[in-house]
Design a binder for this molecule. Structure first.
Ligand code: PAN
Ligand code: ZN
Length: 190
């Protein structure tokens, strides 16, 4: 039997990044301690206030083995030192889980890092583009534009979020705002 239509259809408000009647988590600057390479710039920014950096409204239709979940993300533009505002980033707890990121509005980039090899890619995330995040890949999103970045992340219901691995060792690369655009730089070299 199929669920009622309300459970099959969701409608977004892209200006507020909300989905009517659905939970939304918010991450503020203070939630991102340890993510940026310039700790002094981070603490100085936080002393000025604790702005909303990103929000995610999620839809979790079911826990079944074949189910899919998705989240509508809104990442605001901003900088800490010469780094763009970013998400915490994570691996999926169930490592084989891949994910699609569908760009809806604004301009961003995704930092992808293979857990086993450290192989790294910087991939644009923008309207009319879809980024494929393979399994076993740490992923973080940065707003590299001047407007809010809106996107959808679609992933297996059983993916789960492992934040602790990134919290312990961070990504091996940073993405720096350079006059010519976002630049990928080894964290040790920066
Ligand atoms: C996304 C992310 C979202 C926020 O829905 O959860 O972009 O990033 P963090 O989870 O790293 O804070 C996703 O990748 N889900 O699996
Ligand atoms: Zn994910």
């Amino acid at each position: 039997m199929l669920p009622p239509i309300d459970a099959l259809l969701s409608r977004f408000d892209l200006d507020s990044a909300t989905i009517a009647g659905r939970p939304r988590i918010e991450r503020r600057l203070s939630d991102l301690r340890g993510c940026f390479r310039d700790a002094a710039a981070f603490e100085a920014a936080l002393a000025e206030g604790n702005p909303l950096v990103y929000a995610v409204a999620s839809i979790e239709p079911g826990p079944g083995e074949g189910d899919l979940h998705y989240g509508l993300g809104m990442l605001m533009p901003g900088r800490v030192g010469d780094e763009y505002w970013m998400t915490k980033g994570h691996l999926h707890s169930w490592r084989p889980a891949a994910e699609f990121y569908v760009g809806l509005r604004g301009a961003g980039h995704m930092l992808l890092e293979d857990e086993a090899t450290g192989d790294t890619r910087l991939v644009p995330l923008e309207a009319n583009g879809v980024v494929y995040v393979p399994g076993h890949t740490a992923h973080r999103t940065m707003n590299t534009g001047a407007e809010p970045l809106l996107y959808l992340g679609i992933y297996p219901a059983r993916a789960g979020h492992d934040y602790s691995t990134i919290a312990k060792k961070n990504f091996a690369h940073c993405v720096l705002a350079r006059p010519e655009g976002p630049a990928l730089v080894a964290r040790t070299a920066s």
